[in-house]
Ligand binder design. Structure first.
Ligand code: ARG
Ligand code: ZN
Length: 464
């Protein structure tokens, strides 16, 4: 592998040397510009950053619940998308101790949640570089007092509950904190012995204990959106095995919720296997769920390990969070305004689960919602354009799901379910927009569907 890559690099260097030789252009300082402070989502102008694409995160944290001190070293590997004189990372709080780029000390400055890094040497377009940030402090969660609720790294008496949608990854590691940039992750989490650390993907080796502290290593080898990263810490009872379909399965429950663990384990297994028959092969290496005692007031579809914040999850919410593994986590949005592609799909999956169980048809659920009076707030909020100040509005969920049901009615079951599978397959590990979904629906059905999507997604009134 290594030899191959060196060989490739040598060929690339040779080719570019040859290409440059005749022109004999001196490389100009103007070729290197500051990376933009935002990735280009106008609804969240400061989220993410421009000028590079992350290809890997290595997040190493040491956390002490008693003092809430977090000491972190995050190493990001990225590829430049233009020549960079400086670039930004998103980081909220903490004292930054040092930053290196390609192992050379870099200068840095901070403004709000923007960490600007100026490498000793500018980075050329297309170059791969690593940036290593050492930082420490008491994490401060995001969103307090906003209608998003509290999110990010949330300290609990025995550890932490880490659920970061929409932009709370920066509350615990420096990141390109926007769903448009996904990358695999390695985690190394050190905690006092007796505390369990649960992160995404699968555990690497066995935890090691030295000097009263235990280090857990986890790896999510598939691309992951930053808000889905978790390092949920505390006392947990675990149940491990695999689903009947053969997918590794891990359920974890805080001591206050251990009565849920068997149900969480078996329901997560059954539903993961079932969704694989409906949506296509499971996109990740493991499944499961974590119930913590932190009353977040919501759940999060953290990749491979949905988090349930302070309640006993029922089948409906488990069906929702596991459907997100396909819709949201594997197939991800490029911009927040398209959030219905996550939440509408996961909510429709709840309806499909009830239909599968024989408790209620999706048609009956649809009708129940559709009967709501014209003045109901769900009709005022067009779910195809999620609002930055009210991202998780009920309309994005329920009216988003109704949109899918209206589509199913229009194209028939056979085309509709083929479309769901095709959508998940064509964009596996990738990014999508609403227009792409409409395009695929029209292509697969052979029908003109703009009026349907316009009425359900974009009009501030109750569709007929
Ligand atoms: N995606 C989550 C779900 O639908 C909701 C996350 C809500 N986040 C928040 N900060 N309120 O299950
Ligand atoms: Zn959801």
């Amino acid at each position: 592998m290594h030899v191959n890559r060196r060989g490739m690099a040598l060929v690339a260097a040779l080719v570019s040397a040859l290409a440059c030789a005749p022109a004999n252009e001196p490389s100009s300082a103007n070729d290197h510009l500051p990376g933009a402070p935002g990735i280009g989502d106008t609804d969240f102008p400061k989220d993410g950053n421009g000028g590079y694409d992350v290809t890997h995160y290595a997040v190493a944290i040491d956390y002490t619940p008693a003092s809430k001190q977090l000491v972190g070293v995050t190493t990001i590997t990225a590829g430049a998308t233009h020549g960079l004189s400086s670039f930004n990372l998103d980081l909220s709080g903490f004292t930054v101790r040092s930053v290196t780029v390609n192992d050379a000390p870099a200068t840095f400055s901070r403004q709000g949640d923007e960490l600007t890094v100026r490498p000793a040497r500018p980075i050329d377009n297309h170059a791969t570089f690593t940036v290593k940030v050492s930082y420490a402090g008491v994490p401060k969660p995001a969103g307090d007092g906003s209608n998003l609720g509290t999110y990010g790294f949330m300290p609990t008496p025995d550890g932490a509950f880490v659920a970061a949608e929409p932009n709370g990854a920066k509350t615990w590691f420096p990141a390109n904190d926007h769903p448009a940039d996904k990358a695999p992750f390695d985690f190394s989490i050190t905690v006092p012995a007796g505390v369990t650390a649960l992160a995404n993907g699968e555990m690497v080796g066995q935890p090691t204990t030295a000097g009263g502290r235990t280090t857990y290593r986890w790896r999510e080898r598939h691309p992951m959106v930053t808000y889905l990263a978790t390092a949920t810490l505390g006392k947990f009872e675990l149940r491990q095995g695999s689903t009947p379909g053969g997918i590794p399965n891990l359920a974890a429950a805080d001591p206050r919720f251990t009565t849920s663990i068997d149900r969480l384990y078996t329901t997560s297994a059954t539903i993961t296997d079932h969704w694989a028959t409906v949506f296509g092969p499971y996109p990740f290496g493991s499944t499961g769920g974590v119930v913590d005692d932190y009353a977040a007031g919501y759940a999060l579809e953290s990749q491979t390990k949905p988090l349930y914040g302070g309640f006993h999850p029922d089948e409906t919410i488990i069906a929702h969070e596991l459907a997100h593994q396909w819709f949201g986590n594997s197939v991800s949005i490029k911009r927040w305004r398209d959030l219905w592609l996550n939440e509408g799909f996961a909510t429709y999956a709840e309806w499909l689960w009830a239909e599968h169980k024989g408790t209620k048809t999706a048609e009956a659920t649809f009708k129940e919602f559709h009967r709501r009076r014209a003045g109901d707030p769900i009709w005022k909020y067009p779910p195809g354009r999620a609002r930055p100040n009210d991202l998780f509005n009920q309309a994005v969920y329920s009216r988003g799901a109704m949109t899918l049901h209206a589509l199913r009615r229009a194209v028939g079951d056979q085309t509709f379910f083929a479309l769901l599978k095709r959508w998940a397959a064509d964009h596996r590990y990738g990014h999508v927009t609403t227009d792409q979904f409409i395009g695929l629906a029209e292509q697969m059905s052979g029908k003109e569907l703009s009026a349907l999507f316009d009425a359900w997604l974009f009009q501030p009134r109750r569709p007929q």
